[in-house]
Write a protein that binds this ligand. Structure first.
Ligand SMILES: [Zn+2]
Ligand SMILES: [Zn+2]
Length: 271
């Protein structure tokens, strides 16, 4: 019998130096964020054997440069629309400039609002509000071919609404940004440490572990730890903290744990 891989997730880059993830169904292909240069996104897609000519759209989570730096050039090159919330686009426009210092526009733009689902091809997209120090930050869930994918990074904590949206994910890509001890003792100025630790900053390994222990439904076949800090975390610490949290619930041990990286793509997850 022929088994078709219907949905795949490929994290091209994850972290404070740039984020970009490819989510594909059998007929539709979306890039989530474009925090790398256009050239680097194309290079990484090619290195994963992915054809950039088949991308249908780019979706933006929030206006921080590690999520939008390459968006304008990339969208023009791929000739695809950019899905972005109204406030996020306004904020992007306030700061975005071309090489000559002129203000820029994204030509093909589709506006979404958090909490309101929409379709791109056969993928149902739901953007939902997350707590982060941006004007209108969102996480996304994607549904296609009976599979649910959740992508949720850049959030200070896990409010009930976010926990609700992430229920039933078959692939869950979630932030495990920092080790609190390393952050406290690390090189960042105190103001930056406070920002990262705040309710609108980034999710620590321990905060993620709390969620995995207390509220996570264990449905995911693949759990991808993402947006790891290079300064204030270590992949093995993030992995061990999550494994310990999962190990507390024996039923969750079938979850395959993966770590997204900044400098090279993560092998595609296929369902
Ligand atoms: Zn970020
Ligand atoms: Zn951010």
């Amino acid at each position: 019998m022929l088994t078709r891989m219907a949905v795949s997730v490929t994290v091209l880059a994850s972290g404070s130096k740039g984020n970009c993830t490819l989510v594909s169904s059998s007929t539709t292909r979306l890039l989530i964020d474009a925090g790398l240069s256009c050239r680097e996104v194309l290079r990484r897609l090619a290195s994963c054997g992915e054809d950039h000519g088949t991308i249908d759209a780019v979706l933006i989570t929030h206006e921080h440069s590690d999520h939008v730096a390459g968006i304008r050039v990339l969208a023009r090159r791929l000739k695809v629309p950019v899905y972005i919330s109204g406030p996020t686009y306004q904020e992007y426009q306030r700061f975005a400039r071309d090489a000559d210092g002129n203000k820029v526009e994204i030509e093909r733009r589709e506006q979404f609002s958090p909490g309101h689902s929409f379709h791109i091809g056969d993928i149902a997209v739901t953007p939902f509000t997350i707590p982060h120090d941006a004007v209108d930050p969102v996480g996304f869930t994607f549904r296609a071919d009976g599979i649910k994918v959740g992508i949720c990074t850049d959030l200070g904590y896990m409010p009930p609404s976010v926990r609700h949206h992430l229920r039933g994910c078959d692939v869950l890509m979630i932030e495990s940004n920092h080790d609190l001890e390393q952050l406290r003792n690390g090189p960042y100025p105190w103001s930056v440490k406070q920002r990262v630790m705040s309710r609108v900053g980034h999710l620590s390994n321990d905060a993620l572990a709390d969620f995995l222990t207390s509220d996570y439904d264990g449905q995911a076949e693949f759990l991808i730890l993402a947006h790891l800090s290079e300064q204030n975390n270590h992949p093995e610490i993030a992995r061990m903290t999550a494994e310990r949290a999962l190990g507390n619930q024996r039923s969750l041990l079938h979850n395959q744990l993966m770590l997204a990286a900044q400098h090279e793509p993560l092998a595609a997850v296929r369902l």
